[in-house]
Design a protein around this ligand. Structure first.
Ligand code: NAD
Ligand code: MG
Length: 396
């Protein structure tokens, strides 16, 4: 068996740590080549000591010096660097054939795109990459012979429920609909009026999944499901009309595909990201992931509801930007990153997130998603505008 070299971008995060847990269970199959983090020194140092990578990358020089100092007293001899270029280096090292893309937000775009251009096997958790630059990224995957495997649980479930040759076209494969399930987040059954004063702690308390704070807030606004609709559009070349969001509070069915003959194929399991991570790592084989087996008797029932586009305005905005095309999704993504950070920082109320996103979308004209520079420029312009609106307390 060939032992795969794995680079984990965003190693100290929720997905990164689950990935290292899967690697830890299979030392004969995987070895760590590089680890990246932003500012979490302790976690990164502990992981470097355990996995002994060639390279560790952090966000700035000061953090790099701290990591270096801590590692000097250990047996770990890895190089420690910092910054975007170093992330690109980590994503393209010759010894790594597998790249786990688990940075949160736009910061993951450049290294993940570089991994595609280097023809790597990309395990994609960082959905913002496809939201910002879906066309560009998919083009890079195709032209450079990269292999793209979705880690987002819904997309992983859809991938598992599609035929292996789905790239010849969903309609040609008899697919009628993609049923993208959503837990509905912590505020699924709250009235709009009750949402005005919810706190970051309440928004981050997801009923089924333990995740990073940004995606937790996105789940509470259902922006996450909106981003996932856009992600599905690019991953599976699915027209937006073919993607139906189904609210399913138990998060047992991770998504499903409905076929012309009436069949619906779904993937089920306990809500534990190690399942899609292990699937993507071992594909087309299957390996143990440390996940508890699904007990259908204990679950007993599964519920399904239609999504409420008025209470969860961000979900509607995602369909809107898909129809608008070009850089519109990148603009929405950037506004949302600023809005979520402001909400977590106590600068914006929960309902201000959707308002800010909508306002930025209305103010900026989307251009074509021509090159990475166009996407980066749209992202910067939207971030600038959104930051100004937060500072002026326009939606406070
Ligand atoms: P997290 O916040 O727990 O971890 C984020 C990681 O990215 C950390 O290692 C952090 O150091 C790094 N990072 C943050 N900002 C950075 C920057 N500016 N530059 C470089 N690195 C930076 O997030 P997470 O929950 O693990 O999510 C990671 C990605 O996976 C997100 O795109 C999220 O939408 C997606 N995802 C997560 C889950 C989940 O269950 N957590 C499920 C599906 C998809
Ligand atoms: Mg998901």
């Amino acid at each position: 068996m060939t032992r795969h070299g794995v680079t984990v971008l965003g190693a100290t995060g929720s997905i990164g740590q689950s990935t290292l847990d899967v690697i830890r269970r299979h030392p004969e199959r995987y070895r760590v080549v590089a680890l990246t983090a932003h500012r979490q020194v302790e976690r990164l140092v502990a992981d470097c000591i355990e996995f002994n990578p060639q390279l560790a990358v952090v966000g700035d020089a000061r953090t790099a010096a701290q990591v270096q100092e801590r590692l000097a007293a250990t047996a770990c001899r890895c190089e420690v660097t910092w910054g975007t270029e170093a992330l690109v280096t980590a994503a393209t090292l010759p010894d790594a054939d597998m790249i786990m893309a688990a940075i949160v937000g736009a910061a993951g775009l450049e290294p993940t795109l570089a991994a595609a251009r280097a023809g790597k096997r990309i395990l994609l958790a960082n959905k913002e990459v496809l939201v910002m630059a879906g066309e560009l990224f998919m083009h890079a995957v195709r032209t450079h012979g990269a292999t793209l495997l979705p880690v987002d649980s819904e997309h992983n479930a859809i991938f598992q429920s599609l035929p292996a040759d789905f790239a010849r076209g969903l309609a040609a494969c008899g697919v009628q609909k993609i049923l993208l399930t959503a837990s509905g987040g912590p505020f699924r059954s709250k009235a709009l009026s009750e949402l005005a004063h919810v706190t970051p702690e309440q928004a981050c308390a997801h009923p089924n999944w333990v995740m990073g704070r940004k995606i937790s807030v996105d789940s509470a606004t259902m922006m996450n499901k909106g981003l996932e609709v856009i992600e599905a559009r690019w991953l599976f070349d699915a027209p937006p009309e073919m993607i139906q969001v189904v609210v399913h509070p138990q998060s047992v069915i991770h998504s499903a595909v409905q076929y012309a003959d009436g069949s619906v194929l779904a993937q089920m399991g306990n809500p534990d990201m190690r399942t899609p991570i292990a699937y993507a790592m071992a594909w087309p084989e299957r390996i143990a992931a440390g996940v508890e087996p699904l007990d259908l008797f204990r679950i007993a029932r599964l519920d399904f509801y239609a999504p409420d586009f008025e209470r969860f305005r961000c979900l509607q905005l995602a369909y809107d930007v898909l129809h608008a095309g070009g850089t519109a999704p990148a603009i929405l993504n950037a506004a949302n990153e600023v809005a979520v950070a402001a909400f977590l920082d106590g600068q914006l109320p929960f309902l201000g997130i959707a308002r800010l996103n909508e306002s930025v979308l209305q103010s900026l004209a989307a251009g074509p998603e021509g090159s990475l520079a166009d996407v980066v420029a749209a992202d910067a312009e939207a971030r600038h505008l959104a930051t100004g609106l937060v500072r002026e307390r326009r939606f406070a």
